[in-house]
Design a protein around this ligand. Sequence first.
Ligand code: NAP
Length: 225
Amino acid sequence: MAAPRIALVSGANKGLGFEISRQLAAKGLTVVLTSRDVKKGEAATADLRRAGHSVDYYPMDVTDTGSVKRAHDHVARRYGRLDVLVNNAGIMLREDIDHPALEVSLEVVRKTFETNVLGHIIVSQIFIPLMKKNNYGRIVNLSSGLGTLSEMEGGYLGYRISKTALNALTRILAHETKGTGILVNSMCPGWCRTDMGGPDATRSVEEGAKTAVYLATLTDRKSVV
Ligand code: NAP
């Protein structure tokens, strides 16, 4: 029997990251659940283990290069490879929601970029070489319709342009990894009932996680971008 695929999910202590981890583990993958808060991450991991899933925990703050390197070294030492990377961690700051672009502080935009864009660049730069060693990889970036240029409207300046940038990063990495067995895609989960989406959102986390799981487990050489 083939060894289970190894998947790492960022920001997986709650919301879509947790549900994506659950669905990947239910498909038989071994999931390295990561979070910036150790207590929350360990509690989420314990939940999944109680349900019988194969889940490992490691702390990872995507904005901290040292933390990402330590997570990489853990995965490289324990498994020797990484098959699936889900760049899920994300923030949408209150001030970004409450102010129009002309008024929102640069600090808010900078903070949002730090996590939603630079964080995923750091994680990609550190983990993709490990995927390349095995000539296989599925990378899924959690983007948002709010970042779609053709549907751009006012508001959410930091969040919107961070997701537009994440889409650009996805295409750049897809090109740079061509021919290596690695597929890089981004997707929007829809408006989901999480702490970020709020209780009025139209979709459940189970529905929101599905496309990410589909892209994380693509079996052929399709790339959506
Ligand atoms: P959420 O419930 O707020 O969860 C976000 C997760 O990201 C949390 O685990 C959070 O950790 C983590 N995180 C934030 N900064 C981090 C960092 N520096 N390092 C590591 N983890 C970090 O949000 P969600 O709704 O599940 O969203 C997940 C992804 O889907 C995001 O990228 C979001 O932009 C995208 N998305 C969501 C919706 C929606 O309607 N919900 C729609 C479109 C796209 P803490 O618990 O420590 O804060």
